[in-house]
Design a protein around this ligand. Structure first.
Ligand SMILES: [Ca+2]
Ligand SMILES: [Ca+2]
Ligand SMILES: [Ca+2]
Length: 289
């Protein structure tokens, strides 16, 4: 009986690691952010870091809060000037090396009868996010507003950014939204603008997470070898690769032919049980995550 197994090893694979670049969760005051037009003007009139049970800022309890603190706004429309908007600024976010960035955050809005879309000049209610890499060109990436220019009981995501809400309805439970941002520079700036025009309307924002997707090359698996061979199976092993979460095993009967993936393994070994005596098999293994 003739058994012959010949092995080969292939190359590098490029994978993308998501890594958190910056978090603004409001658990610490003024950490990584600044507020414009912030303050507590009365218990029903504020734009401030707050928490459930805050006696100085009346908003009831929001559920799904990350940690204890969040940013809350009520009746933000003129404490520091006619129709002034509350702004949350996050500057100097170093995204160098990332191909793509995502911005995730949680948002809630208490039900009220006076939410209007941004097409209502005086009663409009909104929260939107913009980004810039150079500080001059700003691109809106997220928006929440009323669904019509007349009073409604809620605001929702404005998925097409046309100033009328049309998507997920906000309520008192924090909901997470995630937006991709194409990287065109090394330093990212974010702005959130919040405006609500009556004392009944309350917004809350929490847990802003900026993540980067960074290309990382995994090294090729080395020293692929057979550790056991019978007439019906071949046991393979190779050196573990740092950062690999899965290995893909490919096989062909012709070294110049088409290799097919015959299986995956979470560890640096694999047993091919689909072999028969008298054949040559060629293998390669790639690392992934
Ligand atoms: Ca928080
Ligand atoms: Ca309103
Ligand atoms: Ca819309």
């Amino acid at each position: 009986m003739k058994r012959k197994i010949i092995l080969m090893i292939l190359t590098f694979s490029v994978q993308f690691f998501a890594q958190v670049i910056l978090t603004v969760d409001f658990e610490t005051a003024d950490q990584n952010y600044t507020l414009l037009n912030g303050g507590i003007f009365s218990t029903e009139d504020y734009f401030t870091r707050s928490y459930n049970g805050d006696a100085s800022a009346s908003h009831g309890s929001f559920s799904g809060v990350q940690g204890t603190y969040y940013l809350a706004g009520r009746d933000i429309h003129g404490q520091t000037g006619l129709y002034s908007t509350g702004k949350l600024n996050i500057d100097d976010i170093n995204v160098s090396g990332a191909d793509t960035v995502s911005v995730a955050f949680s948002i809630a809005a208490r039900a009220a009868s006076e939410y209007e879309s941004m097409s209502s000049n005086f009663g409009s209610d909104y929260i939107y996010g913009r980004y810039s890499f150079d500080g001059t060109v700003w691109t809106k990436f997220a928006q929440f507003t009323g669904n019509s220019s007349s009073n409604e009981g809620y605001i929702s995501e404005d998925t097409d950014l046309d100033s009328t809400g049309d998507g997920t309805v906000l309520d008192e439970t924090m909901k997470q939204f995630i937006y991709p941002i194409p990287v065109t520079g090394d330093t990212l700036m974010l702005r959130f603008a919040i405006y609500n025009s009556s004392s009944q309307e309350v917004f809350a924002l929490d847990n802003i997470i900026i993540s980067g997707y960074v290309p990382v090359s995994l090294t090729a698996p080395q020293n692929l070898m057979t550790v056991s061979v019978t007439s019906s199976q071949a046991g393979l092993e190779w050196d573990a690769v740092t950062g690999a979460a899965v290995y893909h095993i490919f096989r062909s009967v012709d070294p110049y032919g088409t290799f097919s993936e015959i299986g995956t393994s979470a560890t640096n070994s694999y047993t091919d049980t689909d072999v028969s005596a008298g054949n040559k098999y060629f293998y390669y293994v790639t690392a992934g995550n």
